[in-house]
Design a protein around this ligand. Structure first.
Ligand SMILES: Nc1ncnc2c1ncn2[C@@H]1O[C@H](COP(=O)(O)OP(=O)(O)O)[C@@H](O)[C@H]1O
Ligand SMILES: Nc1ccn([C@@H]2O[C@H](COP(=O)(O)OP(=O)(O)O)[C@@H](O)[C@H]2O)c(=O)n1
Length: 239
């Protein structure tokens, strides 16, 4: 038995390493929906800034660079790609240089204005074409899609998040340690939560889900139950 199809938008927000990307991608695949990784878009903008040799803390130069960059984020959960100026940058945007530059770049109001507009366009197109989309990031429930019928705010202990991210990095050939990752995760949490524009925080009507004791399957089960509860799952029409 399948899980039926998603209708509408599911917003998944939360700090780094809580399982947003894995859970959003998995949920979209199970429900025949599209998937949008907004973090990848901010990372690609940060890569454009680094390539242009611009200071990530210079809002005018950063906004100008983001405006000139050609950013294309795909919404296929089985193959979510990020293209910058026509080239796939999926691996490069996960590297340590981009991870360091992405906080100030994503705190730039001009960049957020640009990317939020593009994210809303992608979401509207996906809903029209596929019926539903799972969108993950930091401000989806609060800013990008405040009308989403289901908003979930994922949390997990910082230690658990650092352990997960370290394993993920090491498995992808980026050698690191839990200590170093914990420092990075904590630094970005602070930066993302205290910035002026769209700080990381749960929407008033978001459901909080602590993934510390869960594995990916457990997180997906909890999310599927919420989708079901809200009546967002529709049987596939066949024939
Ligand atoms: N309960 C869980 N839910 C989702 N992912 C988990 C869970 N436990 C461990 N993971 C793993 O944690 C890692 C980081 O998850 P990711 O989806 O990249 O997080 P985020 O997008 O929030 O930074 C992945 O390798 C994922 O498989
Ligand atoms: N909707 C979003 C998504 C990401 N971001 C920023 O982009 C950075 C990278 O996002 P990400 O989702 O790839 O980060 P991880 O949680 O995967 O490490 C975050 O630390 C935020 O600074 C944001 O500001 N708003």
């Amino acid at each position: 038995m399948g899980h039926g199809e998603l209708r509408g938008v599911v917003a998944l927000d939360g700090p780094s390493g809580t399982g947003k990307s894995s859970a959003a991608r998995g949920l979209a695949a199970l429900l025949g929906a599209r998937y949008l990784d907004t973090g990848a878009m901010y990372r690609a903008a940060a890569l454009a800034v680094l390539r242009a040799g611009v200071d990530p803390h210079d809002p005018v130069a950063v906004t100008g660079t983001a405006r000139r960059a050609l950013l294309v984020q795909s919404t296929d959960p089985a193959n979510s790609t990020t293209r910058l100026d026509g080239v796939d940058v999926g691996a490069e945007i996960r590297g340590p240089e981009v991870t360091l530059a992405v906080s100030p770049v994503s705190a730039t109001a001009g960049v957020r204005e640009l990317l939020v507009a593009e994210q809303r366009r992608i979401i509207a197109e996906a809903v029209e074409q596929a019926g539903g989309i799972v969108v993950e990031g930091r401000d989806i429930g609060t800013v990008v899609a405040p009308d989403a019928p289901l908003k979930v705010y994922l949390t997990a202990d910082a230690e658990a998040r650092a352990r997960r991210r370290t394993k993920q990095d090491n498995d992808s050939g980026r050698a690191t340690t839990v200590e170093r990752t914990l420092a990075d995760v904590t630094r970005r949490d602070d930066y993302d939560s205290t910035r002026q524009v769209s700080p990381l925080r749960p929407a008033a009507d978001a459901v909080e889900l602590d993934t510390t004791p869960l594995d990916l399957a457990g997180t997906l089960d909890a999310l599927l139950a919420m989708v079901e509860e809200r009546g967002l799952r529709h049987e596939r029409v066949t024939g």
